[in-house]
Write a protein that binds this ligand. Sequence first.
Ligand code: WT7
Length: 648
Amino acid sequence: MSNPTYPPNAELAANAHVNAEKYEEMYAASIADPDAFWGEHGKRLDWIKPYTKVKNTSFEPGNISIKWYEDGTLNVAANCIDRHLETRGDQTAIIFEPDDPEEGAQHITYKQLHTSVCKMANVLEELGVRKGDRVILYLPMIPEAAYAMLACARIGAIHSIVFAGFSPDALAARVNGCDAKVLITADEAPRGGRKTPLKSNADEALLHCKDTVKCLVVKRTGGQTTWIDGRDFDYNEMAMEANDFHQPAEMNAEDPLFILYTSGSTGQPKGVVHCSGGYLVYAAMTQEITFDYQEGDIYWCTADVGWVTGHSYIVYGPLANGATTLMFEGTPTYPDAGRFWAVCEKHKVNQFYTAPTAIRALMGQGTEFVEKYDLSDLKVLGTVGEPINPEAWNWYNDVVGKGNCPIVDTWWQTETGGHMMTPLPGAHATKPGSAMKPFFGVKPVVLEPTSGEEISTYPTEGVLCIADSWPSQMRTVWGDHERFEKTYFADYKGYYFAGDGCRRDEDGDYWITGRVDDVINVSGHRMGTAEVESALVAHRDVAEAAVVGYPHEIKGQGIYCYVTLMNGVEPTEELRKELRTWVRTEIGPIAAPDLIQWAPGLPKTRSGKIMRRILRKIAENDYGSLGDTSTLAEPAVVDDLIENRMNK
Ligand code: WT7
C-alpha cells in the first residue's frame, strides 16, 4: 500500500534554509562527525568563554553521562535578549494576545523585554534567589511568564513551570520535589472566559511546603486574594522600584536551565533536567529549520509554557533566533471556534504550530469559522503531541493551509528538548500521519520489542530508540540519576528508549504508533495511568483501581478507569461523579476520568499481576481478540467486565 505524498511548496523550497539536497548533505555530516557538525552549529549562540570540547556522552549501562560543550560558558537570557538589542532592539519580540480579544494585544520589543526581564531578575534577587536555586512558576500565559523564565536564566536559577491547570496538591509536590525557594504565581488565570484562582491554589499548596518558601504574585485580573505578610510579595509594586539593569551570570553549558515534571509509567512524575548550552543550540536550530523561520516572520506556537513545547518553541528557540513569537492566553474556542484564525489574520501569522486535539475539536465546528478569515500569510503549519489522524491532517492541509502550506508533524518529547523527527518544509514530501525523517544528529532505530535486536530492514515495526546523544537530550532526573538510567536506558542497553512504538515504511519514513508503556496521551498531554490509579485508591470508598486509555474522538485517548469498591459500598451515579471530581482535585482537570466502570474484580495472573492487556482490549471495545486468558486466576471476572463495559 503506498501512501499519498505531498511535495514541498516549490516557492518555499526555493528559498528555504534547508532543501532536499542540503538535508541529505547535512544529515550525513551530522552522523559521520557529530563533533565537527555540532561544533560548527554551536556557534549560533554567543558564548562568554567558547567551548573547546563538543560531545562527551555515554549510553553505557552503569555510566550514563551526557555532556555537550562542557567547557563553554554562556548566559541563556543574554542569548535570547541582549545580543539582539543592537540590531533589533525595536523589533517586536513577543506579541501577547490576551484571552479576551477586547482587551487588545501587546507588542513587546526586545528593548522592553530586556527592561522587564532585568527588573524581574532584580526582584527575584531581592527575594534571595541565587545561582542554582529553584523557582517554581505557576502562571497564566502572560508575558510575565516569559519574563520569569528569562529572569531565572539570567540569574542562573533553575525554573520549574507547573501548568496552571494542575491542582494545589500537584503544585505542592513539585515545590517540595525540587526544594524551591520562591513560587511565582498570579492572582487569577483567565482562560476561555473563565478564571482559575491561581493564588488561592498556591495558598493551599503552600500549606504543605516549608514556611520559608516565598510567593511572588503578579497582578493579572486584580481578583481579590488573601495576603500573608512576609510570605507574599507584590510583583508589580516591586518591579516599579527595581533597577532596570541586571548583569547576566556566566553559566557553564552544563548548568541546569530548567526542570520540568512529566508523567512516566510508574509512580510520581519525574523532574526532567535540561541544561543551558546544548538545549539552546538545539531549540534555536530546530525552531529556525523545522518551521523555516525567516527574518521578519511572525511565528505562533499555541502551546502553554507549562509544557516543554512552550519552553522550546514559544520562548527559548524563537527568542534565541531574534524572532517575533506570539503568546496566546486563551483557548481555540473562545469567544468562538474562529479564534485561532482571527488571531492569525490579525497578526499576519506566518508559521502556526498546534496540536491534533485542537484541530479535531475545530474540525467538528465546520469550515465557516476558518473561511471568514484571511490566512494568506500562513507559510508553514506544524503539529505536535500525538499521532495525527489522516482526517485531521487533511482538514488542516485543505481548509487551513489551502493546500499551500507544508505540514510539519514533529515527533519529540519533554525528555528530548527539541524536535527529533519531522519533515522539513522545503525539503521533504509529507505523508499524512508520518513524522518522516530524523532531524540532524538524531539516529533513530527500530528494535524488536522482546529481543531488543535492531531491525535494519524496512518496512518494519517495533519500539523506537535513539542510538546516540543529541545536544538537547535531558541530562538526568532531578535528584535521581538512577531513575534516569532505569527509565530510559535499562530496557534496551546502549540506546535511549523513547517509550513509543513506530513503523518504518517502504521508503524509510517513520510513523509513530503511540506509547508502548503505561502512559496515555490525553489531548496531547502525557498522563501516567499509575498516577490516576493512586489518586483513585486514595479515596476512602475505593479498594482497587486500574486505568487504561481508549480511543477518544477529540482527545485522542480518553481515561478509562476500572474501580473496585470497598466491601459494602454502593456503586451509585453520585459516587461516580464524586470520584471524577476527586481525581480532578488530586491531580488537575486534565486527569479527570472519562469513563468509570465498577469492577467487582480485576483480571489478575496467579501471581497477582493485573493483566492490563485485557483491560485495554475491553476499554477499546475490542474484546473479541483477548488472547490467552488461561493464566488468569479467575477467568470469570473478564466476562463480567465485558458485560458491563462502558464504551459500547
Ligand atoms: C509523547 C511525548 C513534545 C511535546 C509535546 C508532548 C507523543 C509527541 C508526537 C507526534 C506522534 C507524538 C509521543 C511522545 N508525541 N509528538 N508528532 N506524533 N506522537 O510532550 O508530554 O513529553 O509527550 O507525545 O508518544 O512520547 P510529552
